[in-house]
Ligand binder design. Structure first.
Ligand code: CO
Length: 175
């Protein structure tokens, strides 16, 4: 299997080289080598979050966010859109985005949130710990919020729906 793959790469590289520069054979083999190297090096690329002031986050019916890390600039207004891509109702699979101040015990916060169903699981007693939050969403819904974080550092964000913090949490890095 590996040999077949290598041959395929070589054939591709050679045809590329031949079509791009029909010159002397030394030039062709150099082009073939670099083309082959490019083909082999391409697939593995770790995804690092890029700094942005427009953030898009999704939650699904499997109790997951599609992203767990964002990077933003300190003191700059940021727009975040949370979209629930599933179909379940918010009573069963509700999702929100709650950005917590540094030093907040997110598990203690989530515990308090469980008792705040009447306020979409944002506990009023803990409002001093919340920098920003979206509405609680059910399948197909979305909400967009705008906020600014002035202090550099790493901040936790969670879904405060009961039980979801175990799977739905992430980091907002402010630089
Ligand atoms: Co959730």
């Amino acid at each position: 299997m590996k040999k077949i793959l290598n041959n395929t790469v070589l054939v591709f590289a050679l045809s590329f080289a031949l079509s791009s520069c029909g010159g002397n054979s030394e030039k062709e083999s150099t082009a073939a080598q670099s083309a082959a190297a490019t083909v082999e090096a391409e697939p593995v690329k770790p995804v690092e979050p890029e700094m942005s002031n427009v953030l898009a986050l999704e939650g699904n019916d499997q109790m997951q966010y599609n992203q767990t890390e964002f990077k933003i600039a300190a003191g700059r207004s940021v727009t975040l859109t949370l979209k629930h891509t599933g179909t379940l109702e918010k009573n069963a699979m509700g999702h929100n985005f709650v950005l917590l101040k540094q030093g907040t015990d997110m598990n203690a916060f989530a515990k308090k949130a469980m008792e705040a169903k009447d306020n979409d699981y944002i506990p009023k007693s803990e409002s001093a710990s919340v920098i920003a939050h979206t509405k609680l969403l059910g399948g197909g819904e979305s909400d967009t919020i705008t906020f600014t974080v002035t202090e550099k550092g790493t901040y936790d964000f969670i879904c405060s729906f009961p039980g979801h913090i175990s799977m739905m949490k992430g980091k907002l890095i402010v630089e």
